[in-house]
Write a protein that binds this ligand. Sequence first.
Ligand SMILES: [Zn+2]
Length: 272
Amino acid sequence: MNRNGKDHGRLLSSPVLSASAAVHLGAAAAVLAHPPTWAWALGAVAANHGVLAAAGLWPRSQLLGSNWVRLPADSGARGEVAITIDDGPDPEVTPQVLGQLAQHGARATFFCVGERVERHADIAREIVRCGHCIENHSQRHRHDFSLLGPRGMRDEIARAQDNIARLSGSTPRFFRAPAGLRNPFLDPVLASLALQLASWTRRGFDTVNGNADVVYRRLTHSLRGGDILLLHDGNAALGAAGRPVILDVLPRLLDRLRVLGLSPVTLRAARL
Ligand SMILES: [Zn+2]
């Protein structure tokens, strides 16, 4: 099957997208067979688009295709938790984060921005050398990412994929959308690049809140095996002492995991 055929198959793989296709076909057929139904048909199509748009604005939704919001059940049963760290590499923060992880013997997953990997390729390589995984968080982290069409979305993701693989030496296997926002065009692009979408179980909102206590509590509230936690080494909010908040949260979080008998693993390791 050619790529378009494959993409089309994947586009309809989600029950909601299949239903959407049925709504469109049904509406068209109704208007053709009985033109006075046009107002009803238009309303059905508009409502359907509303559902798809809402699903794209809900980062943990499964409606637009496969999306990891927790680790696979086997991994959770082993007491594994994934710490994911977004928006880097950052020349000030990321090396300190790597040092904290090394002190605790912990592994993490870094969702990096392609153009930042181009600027800080040495740090990207260091992430991989330390045994962590580097994954795809788009080329430019555009705030209008979820409004892009299929071509724009492919461009953002494929360029990051090429840059990260070439400069870090490790080919990403997971993708996270900027701010977690997306649209129905994303899933076929990810399929063609063999990327799995990953969001999170819980996030600290640490790009907007510099209070380490609050961020820590958000992440550790009812923490259990299988959770995917989200922190930021890029765009990190600053705490009272002017320190990026992740640096005050991560050591406490790693201590807490140890007390609870949970082990931090990468998303790739959880998939095994
Ligand atoms: Zn981000």
